[in-house]
Design a protein around this ligand. Structure first.
Ligand SMILES: [Zn+2]
Length: 173
């Protein structure tokens, strides 16, 4: 796989005090003092210098604050959501969690999960059930992540957030 040239998000910057770091951008290898930890959903983490971070994040600088916030939302959700086991009327088991009154339900088993979003309608007692979305070769925490991204995309009022969530979803689905 080729190292992506854009779509990286800056996570943090660390000052080493001296040029004790090495830029990991492909073809660079420069000694660096400021370690920029960057993340790409298709690649993972990488440490680069201040010049290379500009290249990697050039198309995303405008969006990077929002993106970072969403990645934090996702990991907070993954780490803190509680899921309960339930049964359908036909006694099929599934797990469910609530996020700002809405629900994410996950059915199936490892590698063959499907999930469903149930939106709580304001002022009503019932839910608006969305279509089942099947996944392949995903573990439970990846499916939880997908469910959260879809739910967040359906409920956010920010067009920028919707767009970023759509991009993240397309990259990891
Ligand atoms: Zn570099």
């Amino acid at each position: 796989m080729i190292e992506p040239e854009y779509g990286w998000v800056l996570i943090s910057v660390e000052d080493l005090g001296n040029k004790d770091g090495i830029c990991e951008r492909k073809g660079c290898g420069t000694e660096i003092r400021y370690e920029h930890l960057t993340y790409h959903p298709n690649w993972g983490y990488k440490i680069v210098g201040s010049t290379c971070i500009e290249y990697l994040t050039i198309e995303d600088q405008y969006l990077s604050t929002v993106t970072l916030k969403l990645f934090r939302n996702i990991s907070t959700f993954i780490n803190s959501s509680t899921w309960e086991k339930r049964f359908t009327k036909k006694l099929k088991s599934y797990i469910a969690t609530t996020y700002s009154h809405h629900e994410i339900r996950i059915y199936g088993k490892e590698n063959y999960y499907s999930f469903q979003i149930a939106l709580k309608i304001k002022g009503e007692r019932w839910f608006d059930f969305k279509d089942f979305i099947s996944t392949k070769n995903k573990n439970l925490s990846q499916v939880k992540e997908l469910g959260f991204i879809v739910l967040k995309g359906l409920t956010t009022e920010s067009e920028i957030e919707k767009k970023i969530l759509r991009n993240i979803y397309t990259r990891i689905k």
